[in-house]
Design a protein. Structure first.
Length: 74
């Protein structure tokens, strides 16, 4: 799994989790949803995301392959 796919999965999980926590526990959890959204927005402009740095240090896969992920070439 690539870093980009892992990042999207983690961001989606965090957003769903915080919305559920806001519904069942406290509306203050929506601040966490806003934090995740703000982080995604700034990474679109700066091309830097703290979670990507963390995932790379954990050894999650490298950048996306240019041939769409296929392992054989012609």
């Amino acid at each position: 799994m690539t870093v980009e796919r892992s990042l999207r999965g983690i961001a989606g999980f965090f957003i769903l989790l915080s919305v559920l926590l806001a519904h069942y526990h406290s509306p203050y959890w929506l601040l966490f949803t806003g934090f995740v959204g703000l982080n995604l927005l700034q990474s679109a402009f700066t091309d830097w995301c703290p979670m990507m740095t963390f995932l790379k240090k954990l050894g999650v896969g490298g950048p996306r392959q240019s041939n769409g992920g296929a392992t054989c070439s012609k």
